[in-house]
Design a protein around this ligand. Structure first.
Ligand code: SAM
Length: 278
């Protein structure tokens, strides 16, 4: 086949997240026609190229690459076409490439995106959670305290939350979710586009019970539905709760506790608590 080289520049090429059939025609053509392929792991990308019947020059690249390695790629793309791929899915989405794209753009090098699969979009499209607003938050921290801190920070975000997850950590994350974001709808999307694809929905407690019994294998996207709209409680309910809390703790703590429980403004409740005390 006649494969004229591409114009010089950087081509961000998405590759399948499991099912080889998801490679796009444009991705195939770009990989075939580019001069060099920059990739995270030459063995992983080598396997993909083999399956696609392509033989290309590969250069290892990630965001921890030395300045010299990045400089060499930038010089290359000023003259030739460089395709950037990651191990799977869309480069830069929890994958390397950001520094390279940023620097290429700063130098006026043409940057083209060749879109395709990304696990976060596949998961969102099949989980049955609201998609009008979502927040992708990458991987949760591996340490328990840091993980809970992040979840507490995100609790009030009025959107579906999307996390990348691993099998060995799923149960710990579900435990933290059950505690920090109680009552929310959760979905676990696993092995997307592959033979054992599954998407299981329920509360964090229900999913915790399931995955504690059936330790999950493979790759996972964890989704959490938006906060439930709370009905504003009656003023006398709030007052009663505040009085109870004031009997046990400081004014500030009481205001904080009741504000958190009902999603109300802490300062307003503090003022009310001061009035109740006097
Ligand atoms: N750049 C990739 C993308 O666009 O989806 C993501 C790379 S990130 C390093 C790898 C994580 O993506 C996995 O740990 C998992 O959370 C998610 N992932 C990738 N492929 C997946 C699949 N087939 N099913 C479920 N999750 C997947």
């Amino acid at each position: 086949m006649d494969t004229p080289p591409l114009a010089p520049g950087l081509y961000i090429v998405a590759t399948p997240i499991g099912n080889l059939g998801d490679v796009t025609r444009r991705a195939l053509e770009t990989l075939e026609r580019c001069s060099v392929i920059a990739c995270e792991d030459t063995r992983v990308t080598g396997k993909l190229l083999n399956l696609l019947g392509l033989h290309k020059v590969m250069r290892r690249y990630d965001d921890h690459a030395s300045d010299a390695a990045r400089e060499a790629l930038l010089s290359e793309m000023a003259q030739n076409s460089v395709a950037l791929v990651s191990d799977a899915g869309t480069p830069l989405i929890s994958d390397p490439g950001y520094k390279l794209v940023r620097e290429a753009r700063a130098r006026g090098i043409a940057v083209t995106s060749v879109p395709g699969p990304s696990a976060l979009v596949v998961a969102l499209s099949m989980a049955g959670l609201p998609t009008d607003r979502f927040m992708f938050a990458g991987f949760l921290p591996s340490k328990d305290k840091a993980r809970r801190d992040v979840l507490t920070e995100l609790a009030a975000v009025p959107a579906t939350l999307v996390f990348y997850e691993t099998g060995p950590r799923l149960v710990a994350s579900l435990e933290a979710l059950a505690e920090c974001l109680p009552g929310r709808e959760v979905a676990v999307a696993r092995e997307l586009t592959k033979l054992h694809e599954e998407c299981r929905s329920g509360s964090a407690q229900e999913l915790l019970a399931h995955y504690s019994e059936h330790p999950p294998k493979g790759e996972i996207v964890l989704l959490v539905g938006p906060p439930l709209a709370q009905e504003a409680p009656d003023d006398d309910v709030i007052e009663a709760e505040l009085r109870n809390a004031l009997a046990e703790m400081s004014t500030s703590q009481a205001a904080g506790k009741v504000a958190k429980a009902h999603g109300l403004d802490r300062k307003t409740l503090y003022a009310l608590a001061m009035t109740l005390k006097s």
